[in-house]
Design a protein around this ligand. Structure first.
Ligand code: SAH
Length: 417
């Protein structure tokens, strides 16, 4: 029998790919770009589940439909008959990884990423665990539609260790919305109406203090950036501690003061924390207070570029951890220039023999481009600079080898003569 995709027993709309455009999906890349789609069976809406087929009717995968440049984000390359079973399986696998990393039973760390989107076979979904509260952040309407199911799976998996589930999706959904349908005013209004949709899907506000490598941090998932805390810098903060004893430290773009706390706890004599957000400065001061430290600490609400320019050459160690300077490819060139400017400013000011921890979390600026920007800055500064470490995101932010775009955090530790 010669079955076309439409004639097979399908319950979901289908995307049929051009003959020459199936190789990426066959190599388990989870994104189907719109240019690869030859035709559609059915009329999927943003976020709907779709099945992917070749022109010959070969099943290639299953995912969420998108109306932008990515037509589908795949969560399975096999047929799925029961989605709830798939989610359960994905969560189980994700939890087992975190357990093997020593994160789930740790006495010193109780904040970790449980689901890292494509890296855990769940494109568009982030779940961070904060000492009993799971914070869900959906980046696609498709994942957003499954939220209640995820709560169910979390309850089954964590049982009474799960105290609350907080949904932090409004901003990320709106962002995607804006990116994909920037000029549609009706949706703009819907976005605004949605702005206050964040809240508890289960339980209520409880313990907000988490432990990271024995350090105490208060996490505000409701008002904070991302899910409330930059868990992805855990290992890099630990490395900073190895360099901080007896040092004077400038922590730029400090947010809630992660690097500042580690530096102080490691015996830094002085730490200056800088962030343009007054709220971030409050959180930094609060977090420093939560830990018993002896070195002196001062936090400044200021623009980092201005602050470095006005500073004297008094720092042994400088941390540069700016926000993603580029969110889209179109902004990449400006972003690279901004990384160069920022790094050059720090290189010019740091003491001889100083150490710079420099990062980029822009996904569209890859490691090679980032190193290029830092190299330009080194040339501009006229200092001799050596690379001591190449840094990235920690193991609870895994990257599928088939989706290298998932590696977003890049860092270098540099010795500046
Ligand atoms: N290093 C932090 C995370 C940094 S997030 C941590 O480990 O937790 C980026 C921060 O940069 C945000 O808090 C934002 O308020 C701040 N920021 C963005 N642009 C800035 C600027 N030009 N000057 C100072 N701070 C800035």
């Amino acid at each position: 029998m010669n079955e076309t995709p439409a004639a097979t027993k399908q319950t979901y709309p289908a995307l049929i790919l051009h003959r020459g455009k199936t190789h990426a999906v066959k190599r388990f890349h989870p994104w189907v770009f719109s240019g690869a789609v030859k035709s559609k069976n059915g009329n999927p809406d943003q976020g709907d589940i779709v099945e992917i087929f070749s022109e010959d009717g070969e099943f290639l995968g299953m995912g969420h439909f998108g109306t932008g440049s990515v037509s589908a984000r795949l969560f399975s390359f096999k047929k799925v008959s029961n989605l709830q079973d798939l989610w359960r399986e994905r969560f189980k696998t994700a939890f087992a990884l975190r357990r093997s990393l020593g994160l789930t039973e740790s006495k010193t760390t109780n904040a970790y990423r449980l689901i890292n989107a494509e890296g855990d076979g769940m494109p568009g979904l982030i779940i961070d665990w904060y000492n009993g509260t799971a914070v869900i952040q959906c980046h696609s309407k498709g994942m957003n539609a499954e939220k209640e199911n995820f709560v169910q799976v979390l309850k089954e998996g964590y049982a009474d260790r799960l105290v609350a589930v907080y949904d932090k999706s409004a901003a990320t959904l709106n962002h995607k919305f804006e990116a994909e349908k920037a000029e549609d005013e009706t949706q703009q209004a819907a976005i605004n109406a949605q702005k206050s949709n964040d809240g508890y899907l289960f339980g209520s506000e409880s313990e907000k203090i988490v432990l990271e490598n024995g350090h105490r941090f208060s996490v505000d998932w409701a008002l904070g950036q991302k899910t409330g805390f930059f868990i992805d810098q855990r290992d890099n903060r630990n490395l900073l501690a190895r360099y901080a004893q007896g040092k004077t430290v400038l922590n730029t773009f400090c947010y809630s003061g992660g690097f500042s706390v580690y530096a102080l706890k490691a015996g830094a004599t002085l730490v200056h924390s800088v962030d343009s957000s007054a709220k971030a400065i409050d959180w930094t001061n609060e977090n420093v207070k939560l830990n018993s430290t002896t070195g002196s600490h001062e936090a400044f609400a200021a623009d980092v570029f201005d602050f470095i320019k006005a500073s004297t050459n008094q720092y042994d160690l400088i941390v540069l951890d700016p926000p993603a300077f580029a969110k889209a490819q179109s902004a990449r060139h400006h972003a690279i220039q901004a990384y160069t400017r920022l790094n050059a400013a720090a290189f010019k000011k740091i003491k001889p023999g100083g150490i710079v921890f420099t990062f980029s979390c822009s996904q569209v600026v890859n490691q090679e481009m980032f190193i290029g920007a830092v190299t330009s800055a080194a040339i501009e500064s006229g200092r001799n600079i050596r690379v001591l470490h190449h840094l990235t995101q920690p193991a609870d932010h895994p990257v599928s080898i088939f989706n290298p775009e998932g590696l977003y955090l890049k860092g270098l530790v540099l010795h500046v003569e």
